[in-house]
Design a protein around this ligand. Sequence first.
Ligand code: HEM
Length: 147
Amino acid sequence: MSSADPQIISVRPQMTAEIMARTGLDEDKLTELVHRFYDKVRTDAVLGPIFAARITDWGPHLERMVDFWSSVALMTGRYHGAPVPAHVGLPVDWDHFERWLVLFRETAAETCPPEGAAHVIERAERIARSLHMAVEDAKPRTIPSLL
Ligand code: HEM
């Protein structure tokens, strides 16, 4: 696929084309990854109830998440949201992020070629660590008394 291919809608078409060629990823694979991943999340005993308490209309969330992964994995610039505030205040600790990553790694292996799976997993792990830090930083702290 060349960078002039009209199917690639990206703010950096050449870079996006290069990543697609290197990883075997494309919009269809990312769409399948996102949909299958959230199918698992929604029925997961640990994560399901946390999402169910906040998301009633899954259509817009899934669309946003496909845009997010298109931006993160293919550098298309399609996502314009703010992930940190969406997670600050959630009742989660590292065990929840680890469970999220277990399901994500599993789904990536099912839906992407090996190079593509490694590409999205590496990014998911990095973002999970930084979201976890933001969530922990925002938790109210009890300062131990020195008296
Ligand atoms: C403990 C694990 C996680 C939980 C429980 C969780 C939960 C949620 C929930 C409930 C929302 C919807 C918030 C709302 O619309 O009010 C959301 C949004 C989102 N999540 Fe997560 N999430 C987790 C981990 C992650 C990770 C690891 C990533 C990225 C790799 C991620 C990326 C996003 C993005 C991009 C949004 C959309 C933010 C926006 O633009 O509004 N999440 N998440």
